[in-house]
Design a protein around this ligand. Structure first.
Ligand SMILES: Cc1cc2nc3c(=O)[nH]c(=O)nc-3n(C[C@H](O)[C@H](O)[C@H](O)COP(=O)(O)OP(=O)(O)OC[C@H]3O[C@@H](n4cnc5c(N)ncnc54)[C@H](O)[C@@H]3O)c2cc1C
Length: 444
């Protein structure tokens, strides 16, 4: 085990801080040697989720072996450091795909559990918990426990959205989806304003398992909320055009494009914002009928280190969900605040969630909006204002992307927090598992 001091951050590059990183053996065998520790996956959470500037951080990506696979049921057993990219690379050509995937494939299975990630099909498939059968977890005492819906079920459920604060997840049994092709059949639909957009989402979600909308952040007044909804489903082998049918289970490797350096802060201004959104508008509304999974699920993965495009100060992704009832009013108010607030929103993504789960898992029935903001001094008081609007509407913020929320607001947004804390106390009485977000949001 080698201890190094490294400056680390989440994907948003904010906050960044010196951390003691334990490299070498993956999970410390002698857990009792360490009193303040947290696991780190591929660092794709946006803020301080996998940071622990007062204690230790343990990268888990070297624990990435596949252990067993049942071709008939699609059940895979693997170490928690395996990434969705690795799963697709190995099982894609055999006709299997992750059942639930976020908008990047560069996440580990352990990280996906810790944030209970959701994807474009949440209204049909729910969150990551729904594809996990069980896992092995090292808890505060150093003991390794099996957790499933039947065994240690409190630990099992509380780990989804538990931000790695209940223990090190070591091995996971999860279900993959059998697919005929790695392509999707998709359609895009244009909405002229927010009402049209929300109607469109309601209508198309009944028809398509996958859907997500891009909302133009520059629209105001009557066109506020305008954008393009893209919806689709897995393409069958027979449906594919000849050119694609030659390799129906095609997979792609690592991206060739890269942002080699941090772009200067001044590159982010109203002009680049306008240009970027014109390009997105064009791409979204001219999408072809068939899309490879990389385009359909992971357009941002096409460029390595694209986060550097926001400059050294970084950015945050503000993602909230508000209940369906009253959502139109709240979303309109938030969009108006954003267009008047002077903080440039670079990307707006809207989606409707289906049923949620429990404890600290983020998704709940309602509309979720994700907005990228470059970090500026103005942003912090501005986000406080938005937090209050979200809370007022009975909504909540996604901890997996958050970098600024306070403990009081988090407690008000997550009514099962006290129950979750009781489970934390039961499995980690000495509070060994800690992190920067854990302290900031009052979880540890
Ligand atoms: C481009 C992009 C698109 C995204 N799209 C979505 C989306 O559509 N939906 C969505 O839900 N999220 C999305 N995310 C967020 C991302 O899916 C989550 O933050 C995910 O949890 C990151 O996984 P990771 O392996 O990088 O974990 P990290 O970010 O390194 O860590 C995340 C959490 O997992 C814990 N953890 C990691 N490994 C273990 C382990 N072995 N045991 C216990 N705890 C562990 C860490 O302690 C930390 O709390 C996106 C992120 C990016 C960059």
């Amino acid at each position: 085990m080698v201890e190094t001091t490294e400056r680390i951050s989440g994907w948003g590059l904010f906050p960044a801080a010196e951390n003691s990183v334990l490299r070498g053996t993956g999970i410390p065998e002698q857990l009792s040697d360490y009193s303040d520790i947290v696991a780190r996956g591929l660092g794709r959470s946006y803020g301080d989720q996998a940071m622990n500037s007062r204690g230790y951080v343990v990268p888990c990506t070297d624990k990435n072996r596949f252990l067993a696979f049942d071709e008939r049921s699609g059940e895979l057993e693997c170490e928690a450091g395996v990434s969705l990219f690795e799963i697709i690379e190995v099982f894609g050509p055999r006709g299997f795909f992750p059942m639930i995937t976020p908008g990047t494939k560069f996440v580990t299975v352990g990280g996906a559990i810790a944030n209970d990630v959701h994807g474009k099909a949440h209204h049909v498939d729910g969150s990551f918990k729904n594809c996990v059968e069980s896992f092995e977890i090292m808890v505060g005492s150093g003991k390794v426990l099996q957790a499933s819906r039947k065994k240690h079920s409190d630990l099992f459920h509380a780990s989804f959205g538990g931000l790695g604060l209940l223990g090190f997840i070591l091995r996971v049994r999860l279900k993959l989806r059998k697919v005929e092709t790695t392509y999707f059949r998709q359609q895009s639909f244009r909405a002229r304003n927010l009402d049209e957009m929300l109607d469109l989402i309601d209508e198309k979600d009944a028809e398509f398992p996958y859907s997500v909308a891009w909302v133009n952040p520059l629209a105001r007044g009557k066109t506020l909320g305008k954008g393009v909804l893209t919806a689709g489903n897995h393409a069958g082998k027979e449906e594919l055009p000849k050119k694609l049918a030659a390799e129906p289970l095609k997979i792609t490797g690592l991206p060739a494009l890269n942002v080699p350096v941090f772009l200067p802060g001044f590159a982010l201004n109203a002009l680049t914002l306008r240009m970027l959104n014109r390009i997105i508008d064009f791409i979204q509304s001219h999408a072809g009928e068939f899309a490879h999974y990389d385009k359909f699920f992971y357009p941002l993965d096409a460029i390595n280190n694209w986060n550097r495009g926001y400059g050294k100060r970084g950015f945050t992704q503000y993602q909230f969900v508000v209940p369906v009832e009253g959502a139109r009013k709240t979303i309109r108010k938030i969009l108006e605040e954003i267009s008047d607030g002077g903080c440039h929103p670079f990307l707006n993504v809207l989606k409707k969630f289906g049923k949620g789960t429990n404890y600290l898992s983020f998704p709940m029935p309602g509309y979720t909006f994700a907005i990228d903001f470059p970090i500026t001094r103005k942003l912090f008081p501005f986000l406080k204002k938005l937090d209050a609007l979200v809370l007022d509407a009975g909504g909540r913020i996604y901890a997996g992307k958050d970098a600024t929320l306070d403990a009081q607001s988090f407690a008000a947004m997550y009514p099962e927090l006290e129950d979750w804390k009781r489970i934390k106390k039961k499995y980690d009485p000495l509070n060994r598992f800690q992190s920067d977000i854990g302290r900031r949001l009052g979880l540890v």
